[in-house]
Design a protein around this ligand. Sequence first.
Ligand SMILES: Nc1ncnc2c1ncn2[C@@H]1O[C@H](COP(=O)(O)OP(=O)(O)O)[C@@H](O)[C@H]1O
Ligand SMILES: N[C@@H](CCOP(=O)(O)O)C(=O)O
Length: 335
Amino acid sequence: MSLPGNGNGPAAGDGRRKVYVKVPASTANLGPGFDALGMALNLYAWIEMGIADRTEIRLYGDQMEGVPTDKSNLVYKVAQQVFEKAGVSHPELDIAMYSDIPLTRGLGSSASAIVGALVAANALIGSALSDYELFQMASALEKHPDNVGASLFGGLTVAFWDGTRAEHIRVVPEDRLEVLVAIPRFQLATEKARNVLPAEVPMKDAVFNIGHASLLVAAFCTGRYDQIRHAMKDALHQPYRAPLVPGMSDILEQAEVHGALGIALSGAGPTLLALLDRESGRGAELERFLTDTLKLHGIEADTMRLKPCAEGATVLTHFDPHVTLIDNIKGEVRA
Ligand SMILES: Nc1ncnc2c1ncn2[C@@H]1O[C@H](COP(=O)(O)OP(=O)(O)O)[C@@H](O)[C@H]1O
Ligand SMILES: N[C@@H](CCOP(=O)(O)O)C(=O)O
């Protein structure tokens, strides 16, 4: 993480209660589990929220460019939905946010904002809503449950949302599973990457994905990581999205040769996500392969070595309301 220095706005502490929430990034789909599978990652956003006389939204960090600081902000709007559902009114909020999750890259920044807002607003009103209710709201807002399920509950979530109801089961991957992401230096809005998908797909492609997604979940549940290379194949979305990410097709074809257990487009892209076995010792080779292949296609990318995160969004009780959010986060990093 690269935290900014001090001088980031006034210290919270007008005597009113503040809540703090830490929420993980997520990778959705994992190849075949389109709109169904999501995994939380150890890359985070933090939200501070308090009731105020006048709304103020402060955004910190390099990942917030273009995010509004007025009442059109997603976090503010989602918080209002929580209050409305709980039957209370708090129109003015003091919100501070810091995030290490890159925007519009397929690592679930919007889901982290939605989940962080739901959990923070709910904590502010004494947890009037259950996690189940928050999950229903999150799925309806994001329109798919994969990222929000992972950010809310942590681990690997298997979920559906049928337009009115969402259900999920959480599985915690083994410790030896590692994640390598190559994040192209361009943004790809999820909406744009959904608009290239066909309205209907051939039955054979649907059958292909049901088999692969089911095998992938079974591989995670049983530790049969040898099956991941077969299971992470997809016919429903990646073939249509490949033209949006130059180099993606070559990477999907060859990453296993360079040490990946499996490879997929992360969410709607453009990030590419490889799973690897910590014991393999092939992370550096894989990292080179991903960045070199993207570069051959004219794409600069940054890599990150991550891990699945077992915990979902968490209300932090040790943050100090008398210092800034950034100082609290720095303290947490040191701890
Ligand atoms: N912390 C945040 N606060 C407010 N809005 C956010 C925040 N993080 C993300 N967003 C919104 O979500 C959008 C990105 O969502 P999306 O296109 O689905 O990409 P991603 O893969 O990063 O979720 C941003 O352009 C912004 O509008
Ligand atoms: N299942 C969705 C996931 C989008 O994830 P994001 O992190 O790119 O917002 C899709 O594939 O469209």
